[in-house]
Design a protein around this ligand. Structure first.
Ligand SMILES: C[S@@+](CC[C@H](N)C(=O)[O-])C[C@H]1O[C@@H](n2cnc3c(N)ncnc32)[C@H](O)[C@@H]1O
Length: 402
């Protein structure tokens, strides 16, 4: 059962676990009277925490983050109830029934797959799914992601909700869409709940991966409507936050230029891995945009033209950090920059930047730089000896520069 403290989505490198500590450190350095710019807001976990005691501007380049943060930070009372009403209407049920009838062959083929099935049944199911993606209908969730990231039946239900959202307006629409994005993140049956690669049913030699069929059978039958109703409650109490929050959907440098003069500090949690968020969460982006994207990669169904962040490109990341910190310091804005060696559970070697370089860049643009070690519900400031050769196993730090 989701509630108003549950994560909005499963998200690489999200700061949900350390949100309170980060807030505490920021409060001790910057107080709570001013406005904070959460420059790389992602799933919104830090913005939601900050919003409990100060005004927040949440920014991210991805549209799904904009939807999540708008639902989180700019809540209105009763939008959850209005969003819930939608899925009880006859119109919604009719759309759902229509889609399930239209795609019934694939739904039935998929539903019949069990660990006892004949390999030919799995092949037949894959042909049905393939056929739908070539068929030229206007239903992106079913055509592109059905049978790949969700079961066909789940895809029809998600699609019906997306269709219903098109008639909504204002904050109810954001609340509804945010709960839909949270639902997709919870029910997808991929490893790590991200969308870089669909589950493979067949090995290269043509044999069926029965362990995969078994492993994901529960997920494939997860109840979409029930999950959606749970997810609505993530966003239901946030109308209690300040009504002066702002959410924006631009690059980091554009956001600094637009909001720099209003904010008392910037919280920065940029990507440090080589995984592009636009690649890992493209399905959420398509739900947020409600479009039918052009796609060249028919295995992953990742949308063409996705945003490629400089922070995730080894040869460009350092320059991107220099531009980021020089832009913030030029406007005299103090910063709190999060860094985690292994926030994504990957190897330190996969990190695009290391801590020593970040400290060095911070010192190029700021006179006063302190590094705070955040772990196990505690935090402590690094002393000068530790700073000269920062340890690799400090899983999470906050660089505060002013
Ligand atoms: C580590 S995640 C942030 C996680 C977030 N603090 C949370 O708790 O969910 C980094 C975010 O930066 C965003 N991003 C990457 N490059 C960007 C850019 N140049 N401008 C704005 N956002 C960017 C990504 O879309 C991603 O959501």
């Amino acid at each position: 059962m989701a509630d108003s403290t549950a994560p909005t989505v499963y998200y690489l490198g999200n700061k949900a676990k350390s949100a309170e500590l980060i807030d505490h450190v920021c409060t001790s350095h910057f107080g709570t009277s001013g406005v904070v710019l959460d420059l790389f807001a992602g799933s919104g976990s830090i913005s939601r925490q900050f919003a409990q005691s100060r005004r927040v501007i949440a920014n991210d380049i991805q549209t799904y983050s904009h939807v999540l943060c708008t639902a989180l930070l700019m809540g209105e009372q009763h939008t959850g109830e209005r969003a819930l009403e939608v899925v009880t209407t006859k119109r919604f049920r009719d759309t759902c029934d229509f889609l399930k009838t239209q795609f019934s062959r694939a739904i039935t083929a998929e539903r019949n797959i069990s660990p006892d099935s004949d390999p030919s049944e799995v092949q037949q199911m894959l042909r049905e799914i393939e056929y739908i993606s070539k068929e030229g209908n206007r239903y992106a969730i079913v055509s592109l992601f059905g049978g790949r990231y969700f079961s066909m039946e789940q895809a029809c239900e998600l699609q019906s909700m997306l269709e219903a959202s098109r008639n909504l307006t204002g904050q109810t629409k954001f609340h509804f869409l945010a709960a839909l994005i949270s639902t997709a993140s919870r029910i997808t049956y991929t490893v790590g709940n991200q969308f870089a690669q669909p589950i493979k049913w067949i090995n290269t030699d043509g044999s069926v991966r029965w362990s995969t069929v078994k492993k994901f059978s529960n997920k494939r039958s997860a109840n979409v409507i029930k999950t959606f109703i749970d997810c609505l409650s993530i966003y239901s109490t946030n109308y209690l936050f300040s009504q002066d929050n702002t959410v924006s959907n631009m690059t980091d440098l554009e956001a600094i230029s637009k909001f720099g003069s209003e904010v008392s500090f910037i919280y920065m949690d940029p990507p440090y891995g080589r995984e592009h968020y636009s690649r890992y969460y493209h399905v959420l982006e398509t739900i947020a945009l409600g479009d039918f994207p052009k796609i060249d990669n028919k295995n992953t169904m990742i949308r063409n033209g996705r945003y490629q962040s400089l922070y995730s490109i080894r040869s460009l990341a350092r320059k991107a950090f220099e531009a980021l910190l020089s832009n913030a310091s030029r406007q005299n804005i103090p910063i709190a920059l999060s860094y985690a060696d292994d926030s994504n559970g990957d190897k330190v070697a996969n990190r695009v930047m290391n801590l020593a370089s970040l400290i060095e860049i911070s010192r190029m643009y700021y006179n006063n730089v302190s590094v705070i070690n955040i772990h196990d519900r505690k935090y402590s400031q690094f002393n000068s000896g530790e700073l000269s050769s920062p340890k690799r196993d400090n899983s999470e730090v906050l660089i505060v520069a002013r």
